[in-house]
Design a protein around this ligand. Structure first.
Ligand SMILES: [Zn+2]
Length: 284
């Protein structure tokens, strides 16, 4: 089943008097949504006890939780010591994710830096193979690791690069941030066919089974010549992308991803809007 939910707590969550992540489970379900993404973007500062408490709340409400690993991850870093920290960020996020009762971990793979693109991408591949080995050594291979498509040209993470990373091992499943793809490609996502082309390529490369429940981030994003500038809300009418053509493409290809809204402050309401659009397209 396709799932919809917010990334983090939206402005309305706080306006309605909620504060804690445990309450997000209730809030998400009350709003007719299905999942929630917790961000360790600025670091992993959570006790096991808090993770257990979050797990209990999300289990009670039947809401699926995923995590976003720290933004500092960079598997293309030429410095091996810095890269070693990146393994730690993923492994620590994975342990917390398991304690929280979730199965999906999203991470930003790398930044190009001063190297040529192909050198940085090859290095990222080598490091992701090492990461894979660490994940198995630590018995964390039952979780799903989602490298994300990125919105800035200087970041590693085109759809083709993400597919290459996922070909390394079945523990990897793509996180496609369509707002990022659209921003990086100067507004390339407009028609149903634009989405069908990219999704068909991913299915052909990774197989339907892996793509069936892939991970999606969706928001409208302002962009310039270097790609992503900032996340917007569904109020935007200039930058896009629009969700309806994606919903149509997902239905045609029988894909049932987890769709997380990363709108700026209106994540839950925009996730509700996407769920409605999707249900209007679903064949009855
Ligand atoms: Zn992200």
């Amino acid at each position: 089943m396709t799932k919809f939910g917010p990334s983090g707590n939206c402005d309305r969550f706080y306006a309605e008097g909620y504060e804690h992540t445990e309450e997000a489970a209730y809030f998400v379900r009350e709003n007719g949504l299905d999942c929630f993404e917790y961000s360790f973007g600025r670091g992993i500062r959570m006790t096991e006890k808090k993770a257990e408490s979050i797990r209990a709340a999300f289990e009670k409400e039947g809401v699926e939780i995923s995590v976003h690993a720290p933004y500092f991850i960079n598997f293309a870093n030429p410095d091996d010591e810095m890269a070693a920290k990146s393994y730690g960020y993923v492994l620590d996020s994975a342990r917390m994710l398991r304690a929280m009762g979730g199965t999906r971990l999203v991470f930003h793979p790398a930044t190009q830096g001063k190297d040529e693109r192909s050198v940085a991408v090859d290095r990222t591949c080598d490091r992701l193979r090492i990461l894979r080995d660490y994940i198995y050594l630590n018995d964390l291979q039952d979780l799903i690791y989602c490298p994300e498509t990125m919105g800035k040209v200087a970041q590693i993470g085109t759809i083709e690069e993400i597919v290459r990373f996922c070909e390394i091992d079945s523990i990897f499943t793509p996180c496609v941030d369509f707002g990022h793809v659209n921003a990086r490609e100067q507004g390339s996502l407009k028609t149903v066919q634009d989405y069908l082309d990219r999704l068909s390529y991913m299915i052909d490369s990774l197989g339907y089974e892996r793509m069936k429940n892939f991970h999606v981030h969706f928001s409208k994003i302002q962009y310039g010549a270097k790609g992503e500038i900032r996340h917007l809300t569904f109020q935007d009418t200039v930058f896009g992308p629009e969700f309806e053509p994606l919903a149509e493409a997902l239905c045609r290809l029988k894909l049932e991803p987890y769709i997380v809204s990363e709108s700026d402050g209106t994540q839950a309401d925009d996730a509700i809007a996407m769920k409605r659009m999707y249900e209007n397209i679903l064949p009855r």
